[in-house]
Write a protein that binds this ligand. Structure first.
Ligand code: ADP
Ligand code: MG
Length: 668
């Protein structure tokens, strides 16, 4: 913490909240505001939130409802009205409540009973006609009022020491008629009117987006500088022949993506492209075609996947697609016999291998390429920034293709991803891809067990997914318990267990058994999340579904109904949280990855959806990608303008450079 002097109590707040700078504190915004004013109570306000200020005009009655619950009641009177006040469980504060005391309350009004059930209150009077009291999300150890005073103190310190300097350039502040950072930060913590709050949000949202977009431009530049690209010439007849020989025709979106990628490969600049598409939209074949195009221009290519199982699956699949061609393809994963590994590494170096498929093993220092031209990173959000860079540095200015199965709407993607071009696959190869999702509000498949038994009887297979076994929270189902209960209770179930602590060999053995039917129920933690293809497994049961993000659930159920057969997905959760309930109900009826990411972005911020920050923390505290899209668009244009006039805007660019450097040091 910078120089600022804090009392012991305030230091405790800093520790509890895990703040590491003054900026952290001032950027921890309230999540709502209680609007206190002196409402004139009338019938139109029945059942609504009202607030009233006055004196306690009766004795204060405290009743004990149970050993935990208290009910407090009294009357408030002011110049014009008198109303009964009911409070539940504000026990700690009742000693301040006595006849004659001034109080301001907010709560739900019942006109017919002339009664307010209080949700919040403070002792004293209203200083102004209306007051907005900020409400922060705080652990119970920190009292609201103490925290508000603490924030105010830190704000004043920052002001007095000139720490609040706008990063938005003056001309842009003028252009949008923004208030200053100083005003915005004060107003976000202590607004004096709705309009004042609105202006604070306008400033802070624009600021977040602008800095984000400048960062994006910087990243793009850091990719492009200093490295010249040798011209590549694709052998188009070869590529076209291959596409024509496929057992299916490419969808229009796939064709478009192939075209964009080929243009990039032949282009003057290094490709930095994101290929985004929903699970099962057919990204893999596009990536294979990219590898072929790159190969035909006499360069080596690499495809890196986040797990062994997935890498092996890609390897098998590319071998069969390219079986009639004279291309040397190899696999490199960490737990191969060391002799085999050595050989592959030797051959890569000598240029005897054309295409290599692998995992993190590919970025080990001892792996050297002869002339790497294209690197593809599948499920890119599973890799850290450093790992992505490590792969990039295996060649001289190579082309990079990132793949993501959590797609976001096209317009948003092109505005947001400034450091990458984006290809989007929106249409599915199968018209008939049908997963029916059921959401059960209990963590049990009792209701569906007969159906599941029949399903198994017809020789099909079931995935059962549980949250990670490392999390030992007692209210989670345990994979071992599930395994035994399915074996006991479901007829015909032959259960296998797959989790992160097994060795790759063990995992592979279980997968093989599942594929050939020795096992027909595969209980697993989320290791199956990525890319597995087992064609007769078209049912999935997800326990503790509240634990998973929507994108993750969607990706998980993307494992089923892949061959056009009907798929069934059961989401189980006994959480009684309303947010969970509406989230799971939503995904039970929505099968469109783009809509799902939109829903997520609207409600939960960007999170790991963007794959920008490994911490999983959203880079946006206050701005919302969907609701504030227009602000994002403006900021994105302004950022381009700033980079077209770099000298003029040196200072804001430098500020962001520091942020980028810091991110590179701390991420991973
Ligand atoms: P994802 O985008 O999730 O990686 P995949 O690439 O694994 O999806 O594709 C899912 C399945 O669809 C694969 O079995 C693939 O061979 C098949 N597929 C891909 N493109 C087409 C197409 N145009 N027509 C029919 N099937 C296709
Ligand atoms: Mg895939």
């Amino acid at each position: 913490m910078e120089k600022i002097k804090l009392t012991k109590k305030r230091k405790e707040i800093v520790d509890i909240m895990n703040f590491s700078s003054i900026d952290d504190i001032l950027r921890y915004y309230p999540y709502r505001y209680d609007h206190y004013q002196n409402d004139c109570l009338k019938m139109e306000l029945h059942d609504q939130k009202v607030s009233i200020s006055g004196k306690i005009s009766s004795i204060v009655l405290v009743e004990k409802l149970s050993h935990k619950a208290m009910k407090t009641s009294f009357y408030i009177t002011n110049k014009t009205q008198s109303v009964k006040i009911i409070m539940f469980n504000h026990f700690a504060n009742t000693r301040f409540l006595f006849e004659g005391a001034n109080i301001v309350v907010i709560g739900k009004y019942n006109y017919f009973k002339n009664e307010i059930v209080v949700s919040n209150f403070f002792m004293g009077t209203l200083d102004n006609e209306e007051e907005f009291i900020p409400v922060y999300s705080l652990p119970t150890a920190i009292k609201d009022q103490t925290y508000r005073k603490f924030v105010l103190y830190v704000y004043e310190y920052a002001c007095n020491n000139n720490l609040l300097i706008d990063t938005i350039p003056d001309d842009l502040i003028k252009k949008y008629k923004l208030i200053s950072l100083k005003e915005a930060l004060y107003a976000i913590h202590h607004p004096n009117s709705d309009e004042n709050l609105h202006q604070a949000k306008r400033y802070l949202k624009y600021e977040e987006f602008l800095n984000f977009c400048i960062l994006g431009n910087l990243k793009r530049k850091s990719i492009q500088v200093n490295k010249s690209k040798r011209a590549k010439k694709i052998n188009y007849p070869l590529v076209r022949n291959f596409i024509n020989s496929l057992p299916f025709t490419l969808t229009d979106d796939q064709k478009q993506a192939v075209k964009e990628i080929c243009n990039d490969i032949e282009g003057k600049h290094h490709m930095s492209r994101l290929l985004q598409g929903d699970v099962g939209s057919g990204k893999t074949i596009v990536s294979f075609i990219a590898l072929l195009a790159n190969y035909s221009s006499f360069y080596q290519g690499a495809l890196m996947a986040p797990t062994d199982i997935l890498a092996r699956q890609h390897y098998q699949s590319i071998l069969s697609f390219f079986k009639n061609m004279n291309i040397k393809i190899a696999l490199l994963v960490s737990d191969m016999p060391s002799k085999e590994k050595k050989e592959v590494i030797e051959q890569l170096k000598d240029g005897d291998i054309d295409i290599i498929i692998g995992t993190h093993a590919l970025i080990q220092p001892n792996v050297v390429f002869n002339n790497l031209g294209l690197a593809i990173i599948d499920e890119q959000h599973r890799f850290g920034v450093k790992q992505r860079i490590a792969l990039k540095e295996k060649g001289e200015g190579i082309d990079i293709l990132y793949m993501s199965a959590t797609p976001i709407p096209r317009t948003l993607a092109s505005t947001l991803y400034l450091d990458m071009d984006v290809s989007t696959i929106q249409c599915y190869p199968y018209i008939n891809r049908q997963v029916t999702t059921y959401y059960f509000k209990e963590n049990s498949i009792k209701k569906a067990s007969l159906f599941i038994e029949q399903y198994l009887l017809s020789r099909q297979k079931v995935y059962v997914v549980c949250p990670s076994i490392e999390e030992e929270a007692s209210n989670l189902v345990n994979v071992y318990e599930i395994t035994t209960s399915w074996e006991k209770k479901i007829k015909n179930a032959k259960v296998g267990l797959l989790h992160g602590k097994l060795s790759n060999d063990e995992k592979q053995t279980i997968m093989t058994k599942f594929v050939n039917g020795e096992i027909n129920v595969l209980v697993s933690t989320t290791v199956i999340e990525v890319g597995i293809n087992v064609f007769d497994a078209n049912m999935m049961v997800i326990y503790n579904a509240e634990r998973f993000g929507l994108a993750q659930i969607h990706q998980l159920r993307g494992r089923i109904a892949r061959d056009g057969k009907a798929g069934y997905c059961y989401l189980l959760s006994n959480s009684d949280d309303e947010e969970v309930n509406s989230r799971l109900s939503f995904i039970a009826t929505c099968n469109d990855g783009f809509k799902i990411s939109e829903y997520d972005l609207k409600r939960r911020g960007a999170g790991d959806l963007l794959g920008i920050q490994q911490s999983g923390k959203s880079p946006f505290y206050i701005a919302n990608l969907i609701d504030d899209f227009n602000i994002l668009k403006a900021a994105s244009n302004d950022a381009s303008f700033i980079f077209a006039n770099e000298e003029k805007y040196e200072s804001i660019i430098n500020t962001n450079k520091k942020v980028l450097e810091k991110a590179m040091t701390y991420i991973d």
